[in-house]
Design a protein around this ligand. Structure first.
Ligand code: UDP
Length: 478
């Protein structure tokens, strides 16, 4: 066995209920401002969703805006609390108090958790807004922020950390529901495989629903996330080369500026990992041939049944490919980690696998040995993979991941979707299709072309770069 690494330590979590300034504001401001604009160092309050992918993005945005001359306050809840490191000494961190139990994040499913969190945070967030604040930027799923901003007459901006196409589908969800177009979703033997009329290439089963929540709850959440209310603009972590028609649609429907400023991971660093990254896997990758390893990682929230882990392990083993597999603590139902899995598990992963609790994902994807990515298709993972030209095997679990997977397969044509229940044969076939033979090679070529286009969009003078400049200009003139 090339080793299961058990040296990863678990993450730490602290919370506080008061203002917490991490360090002094920098007195230096190297930015030369347009004299017609108001002075910089205006304070922005940023409100992330308490989950790894959303948090990382908000901190990347914070870093980008700070470099452009703004003061930053980050308002977090106790859930997945990010304890600021020395990288953020210039930022102020505050905690939004609420009375949900500590177990709520784990026990409530994401949709219910977000609905409750929004209700809980409304009042205490207002108490935080008594400083000299220029604008509040909130994750689309933290929509409670708007009411407080409105009450204090503060400009507010929505930050969409999912993609523009998922935003579009969330926007039309109510209409689809009202017209009974979502009815097939309730019928498991129904038209799940058919295309939704007018929404090519999505099939009913690709719509951003979740098996963990009722359509009614999803509808309620989506209605809130897409309602612009008094927002002055929407910023989205995407690029027009990936989703220009969805962006145009949003621009037209929302009637406020929509700024595609992504991918932000290409313009800012990300020292916000809530779990400790195991860097030994990079040493392991260093010994592997180019494009010979498949990276398996299902993000920060997905949960697998024991039999799904076993089927995946068996399929990976039979594929005869090397694999680096992230199994997050708590991601296998009923188990702390992998210690209670049947004995066969270690036999199946021992000859070609390397298992870690958490990896430096962006670095892994950038490694020349990595030739494919088995992913749940979270938007961050999708952008990180495209950004490194790595084709994907898509196994989405819920909501926008299903839209991303469909786009990866049918629009960008750099992904193979594994559908239905996970079984070893399907895993083996998908891995071989991607890692061995012509089909995978063609996908890799397309992925490299898309990578170049995506990277170009954040360069000086290109679409995302220009969008970010325009947004910053707007922030200074609010
Ligand atoms: N990630 C990581 N190491 C891992 C697994 C995931 O750093 O071992 C990061 C990954 O790079 C991405 C985020 O966690 O930025 C996951 O976000 P995504 O939107 O893909 O999925 P979510 O966790 O929201 O389902």
């Amino acid at each position: 066995m090339e080793k299961i690494d058990v040296t990863d330590s678990s993450y730490s979590h602290t919370s506080s209920a008061t203002w917490f300034t991490c360090g002094k504001e920098s007195q230096q401001n190297s930015l030369v401002l347009d004299t017609e604009e108001k002075p910089a160092r205006r304070r922005l309050v940023l409100v992330p969703v308490p989950a790894q992918g959303h948090l990382s993005l908000m901190m990347q945005l914070a870093e980008t805006l700070h470099l452009k001359g703004f003061s930053i306050t980050v308002a977090q809840t106790k859930f997945n609390y990010f304890s600021p490191s020395d990288d953020f000494t210039d930022f102020q961190f505050v905690t939004i108090t609420e009375s949900l139990p500590e177990s709520a994040f784990k026990n409530l499913k994401p949709i219910m958790f977000l609905l409750k969190l929004n209700k809980e945070c409304q009042v205490s967030f207002k108490l935080l807004l008594q400083q000299d604040i220029s604008c509040v930027i909130y994750n689309e799923y933290m929509y409670f922020v708007e009411a407080a901003a409105k009450e204090f007459n503060l400009p507010n901006v929505i930050f969409s950390t999912t993609n523009a196409t998922a935003f579009v589908y969330r926007s039309v969800f109510k209409k689809l529901y009202a017209n009974n177009i979502l009815a097939p979703l309730k019928d498991s033997k129904g038209q799940q495989d058919e295309l939704v009329p007018g929404f090519h290439p999505l099939r009913y089963k690709d719509l951003p629903t979740s098996i963990f929540s009722s359509l009614e709850n999803i509808l309620q959440l989506y209605k809130n996330t897409v309602d612009k209310r008094t927002a002055s603009s929407v910023i989205i972590n995407t690029a027009s080369c990936l989703e220009s028609s969805s962006l145009s649609w949003l621009q037209q429907q929302l009637e406020i500026p929509v700024f595609p400023i992504g991918p932000l991971h290409m313009v800012a660093s990300d020292p916000t990992s809530l779990l400790e990254e195991n860097r030994n896997c990079i040493e392991w990758l260093n010994k592997k041939k180019q494009n010979s390893v498949i990276f398996v990682s299902l993000g920060s929230l997905a949960l697998l049944e024991v039999n799904e882990v076993m089927e995946t392990a068996s399929g990976l083993d039979s594929s005869n490919q090397h694999f680096l597999w992230v199994i997050r603590p708590g991601s296998v139902r009923g188990s702390e980690w992998i210690e209670h899995l049947p004995e066969e598990f270690s036999k199946m992963v021992s000859s070609r696998g390397y298992i870690v609790k958490w990896a430096p994902q962006k670095e892994v994807l950038a490694h020349p040995a990595v030739g494919g990515f088995w992913s749940h298709c979270g938007w961050n993972s999708t952008l990180e993979s495209i950004g490194e030209g790595v084709p994907m095997i898509c196994k989405p679990f819920s909501t926008d991941q299903k839209v991303n997977a469909r786009y990866l397969e049918c629009v960008w044509r750099i992904g193979i979707q594994v559908e239905g229940e996970l079984d070893r044969g399907a895993v083996e076939r998908a891995v071989k299709r991607l890692m061995v033979g012509e089909e995978g090679e063609e996908m890799r070529k397309r992925a490299i072309c898309l990578k170049e286009r995506l990277r170009a969009s954040v360069r000086d003078g290109s679409s995302s770069h220009n969008s970010l400049d325009e947004f910053i200009h707007l922030m200074r003139t609010l």
